[in-house]
Design a binder for this molecule. Sequence first.
Ligand code: ADP
Ligand code: ZN
Length: 671
Amino acid sequence: MLIDVILPFAVEGTFTYLLPDSCPAVPQTGQRVVVPWGQKKLVTGIVADVKTPMETGNLDIYKPVFSFPEDYPIVTSAQMKLWQWITRYYLCTIGEVMRAALPSDLREEKTSRQLKKPDSIGKIQSAHPLNEEQLRAKNEVQKAWKTTSTVLLYGVTSSGKTEVYIHLAQEQITQGKKVLYLVPEIALTTQLTDRLRSVFGDRLGVYHSRFTDRERVEIYKNVLAGDKYDILIGVRSSLFLPFNNLGLIIVDEEHDTSYKQQDPAPRYHARTTAQMLGSLFGAKILLGTATPAVETYYNALNGKYGLVEMKQRYAGLSLPAIHLLDLQRAYKQKKMEEHFSYPLVVRMREQLEAGKQVLLFQNRRGYNAYVECPECGYVPKCANCDVSLTEHKPLAPDMPSRLVCHYCGYSIPAPAVCPNCGQGIPVDRGFGTEKIEEEAVQLFPGARIARMDTDTTHTKNAHEKLIRRFADHEIDILVGTQMITKGLHFKDVSLVAVMKADAMLNQPDFRAYERAYQMLEQVSGRAGRAGTEGHVILQTSDIDNPLYAYLKKHDYEAMFAEQIEQRKMFRYPPFHRIIGLTLRHRELSRLEAASRTLYERLTRVFGTRCSSIIIPAVGRVQNLYIRQLTLKIEASASYAKAKEMLDAEVRYVKTLSPCKGTLFTIDVDPM
Ligand code: ADP
Ligand code: ZN
């Protein structure tokens, strides 16, 4: 007998092995299998198919399998279908999906541990009773599910969506179904898990990218056994757990960009994939957010999704008041203390004296922090990438600063004098969270100040500890990146300030405007969540931008109306679908030849649906030059057919001599 095996490699298709006659039982699809690979290596794969002897010819060419770690499948048939769908939709290999789907300990040849018996079953405690508005929303969601499997719950920040999710989840569980509660990468905080824990007890499972592999294997096996959890909260990769009997998938903060996997393949979106997973079980999908993705809201308005709204904050609180501060004028009138405008300083002092907390938001991403020599204008650059280096202050005062590349990690000690002219002393021109924190310490000497960004949250639990300290009011001022925008609830925050709100707008991305709105509305939503009046100060150099008028009125619909027009005009989603192609090579001339070859082939097939060759803003990363092409496919056309044609072209082009050695990646629905 022969078996086809999925191996965790980026190679096409499955691999065939011989099942020795000595094997006691015929393996089942989805079982793990250890097979020889190369001269003396063993790899763990998944049985994809068992072929009857009739289909087989000469068996000598096949290597025999080595062993089966278990005698039962660890990948269910629903998972197998999901894997296959992902390879087709996202144009990747099944091995790449396997790599993303299984914790690495399950992909290695290790003796598997016994499945743990479920702990004593905790009793479900009662959730908060819903108020009238929440009850209405819950009933409307259920009604909408009768006609569409996906419903958007569009509720303003702090409208009490979480409680509605909990009640809907409980109803599924009462019917004996399971619930998957998806959250964005960083939002999986103890705040939310504590709340769910108090309702679902140890019937709640948590799946996290920061868990150790051992922990992830254990959760995987618990989900497979099927009797341990009723509800599982997790990040996008929890879509790959071996569920059975799924009744509901909640996608919380559905607009969040961390739902899309960028690298490596599969470059899947959790919202799209959740809908596919749900359809395998006939499960319902609930998308929740205060700031829907433009595509999602469009689908809801057009009846593809159900739409349920919650326009009021819970307990009659009002949405925060938004104040704009014109940075250009403030600088001209010299009413600035470094990056803090006078009115901001005044309001912060006032709030701190009243015993309130302040959040300061500085988006580092998309903000060009760099170092420059004031004498000759020299800017130190990365040796491997076309980007300027960013200054990182030392951990201890007697250590030197370093200049770091945010793309590849390359770093050098900050030069004391300019290496170009030997005269000037290079100065930090950008400003990130570090700089804001430093300035805040100077301006508010009595206040307890902390910073939350990727630098301060490297270690396990650092993020949660910071949030807990802030929630317990052990910190007065928290400076942070977009990490602080996500779904957090702090009762004493009365003031939120955005240090430079227009920084997010100046990006060459058709979603930049939408993202800026979402981020600013979400960060504003952290203010005034428990009885205190909330205020938001947006400092901006671009005060006439209509974005701010929308934000002041919390008018998502107006922002949407403007954006949807633009999307239509410039052939973007939801009117067109986009596929991004990236080519990389060490040698620029070879890369350019390969790009031209692909471009010519694609324009022959796709005409003007193929863009011209794009040189990205950062044109070289880790010594590889980069070129891009974009395909725009009409929403009315067959996406599957277009992808098939694209796939065939890319495969063919790879075999041509100008393209040898070039790396190709395909990103379906890029973000
Ligand atoms: P959202 O997810 O819409 O931003 P939350 O679900 O976090 O809002 O609710 C905001 C606050 O209101 C939270 O502190 C929550 O505990 C409280 N809350 C919401 N609904 C209820 C309820 N039915 N009973 C008691 N407290 C509630
Ligand atoms: Zn670099």
